[in-house]
Design a binder for this molecule. Structure first.
Ligand code: AMP
Length: 249
């Protein structure tokens, strides 16, 4: 089985986001970037499937600028076999990502695509679903457990009121939930080995995809500053404030 894992380079989850009013975008200057956490879980799951003997090759793919190679290298250091960088000035909108990924998946006949359920920067949660639709294949979203049963993929999903198990025919798309696994740290020898692994550059035009966005971001603004709370000395004061200041009762 061949597994494709898309990995997105995003602002690290510990960084406090700043908005650059001049460019109407998130300020990325001197900011720590990391692999989208849900994609780390996807890489880990692919490696575990390989360790169990279910997979022959894991390919990671990122769409974005040259710096995304750092993210790809991290995935290679964790244990993926080779990488692909689809060159783009910045990460495109989900439909374009899905179109590019569908071309790669078809070209190389991938059996399984494991991606994050959402990117922590745009919170879109769209790419996996659009990709499965473009490939006309089965999809299991928010997987909290993945197994292989002969020619099928079994996934468990946490849904309202219990656990749902789905049997997916290959080729299939899976999106990862937070509880699927705990990603490993890359060891020093594996970081060194990753330097020798191949990363191929691909131009979107060579995949016959025009990078014309359909979405326009009109405005990005920081959330309003939170005003600190205060202490009340009695229930009567609290009720009075709720009634006369907050107007909620
Ligand atoms: P989204 O639909 O934007 O929330 O993203 C869902 C998943 O799609 C992510 O967790 C990634 O696995 C994948 N993805 C989105 N954008 C990119 C990108 N620029 N490069 C690689 N993978 C991506």
């Amino acid at each position: 089985m061949k597994i494709l894992v898309p990995v997105k380079r995003v602002v690290d989850y510990n960084v406090k986001i700043r908005v650059d009013k001049d460019t109407n975008s998130v300020d990325l200057n001197n900011i720590k970037m990391s692999m989208n956490p849900f994609d780390e879980i996807a890489v880990e799951e692919a490696i575990r499937l390989k360790e169990k003997g279910h997979c022959d090759e894991i390919v990671v793919v990122s769409i974005g600028p040259e710096q995304c190679k750092e993210t790809i290298r991290n995935a290679l250091a964790m244990g993926a076999d080779r990488g692909i960088l689809i060159k783009s000035e910045h990460s495109p909108e989900p439909l374009l990502v899905a179109k590019l990924l569908s071309k790669i998946a078809q070209q190389d006949n991938f059996d399984l695509i494991i991606l994050g359920k959402q990117s922590i920067d745009d919170d879109c949660n769209q790419t996996g679903q659009m990709l499965a639709s473009l490939l006309n294949c089965s999809i299991g979203t928010y997987a909290s457990k993945v197994d292989v049963d002969n020619e099928n993929i079994l996934i468990t999903r946490e849904i309202d009121g219990g656990l749902q198990t789905l049997k997916l025919r290959k080729p299939a798309v899976i999106s990862t939930d937070l509880r699927l696994n705990e990603p490993r740290y890359a060891s020093l020898p594996n970081i060194m080995k990753a330097k020798q692994k191949t990363i191929d550059d691909v131009e979107p035009s060579s995949l016959d995809i025009e990078m014309n966005p359909k979405l326009i971001i009109k405005k990005i603004e920081e959330p309003p500053k939170r005003i600190g709370g205060g202490k009340v000395s009695s229930i009567e004061e609290l009720v009075d404030k709720l009634k006369n200041e907050a107007g909620v009762i």
